[in-house]
Design a protein. Sequence first.
Length: 118
Amino acid sequence: VQLQAFGGGLVQAGGSLRLSCAASGSTDSIYRQGWFRQAPGKEREFVASLIWGDNYIAYIPSVKGRFTISGDDAKKTLDLQMNSLKPEDTALYYCGADTGGTRAYNTWGQGTLVTVSS
């Protein structure tokens, strides 16, 4: 499985961005996909995820009500609509996939940079 993320950019606080992640290869093996982010000097953190089939969605508390994860199960494309962005949302955002029944994120796309100016 290969993942490609895109859609990052520079936006002012309060603005919106939409990230997308396209999966290719053995996409039938994908159990769930998620978005993670890594701010400068910090560890990578989970942001949101979606379990295909169940359509179970999870968010970290700091983005609930502002971010919305969605996707196309057939195409295994995953989007993250980010509204009311804050400077603390600035980070490199990664798309990850949990494949092959490992129940762990084992496949990553390249990051896409989101910068929110105050």
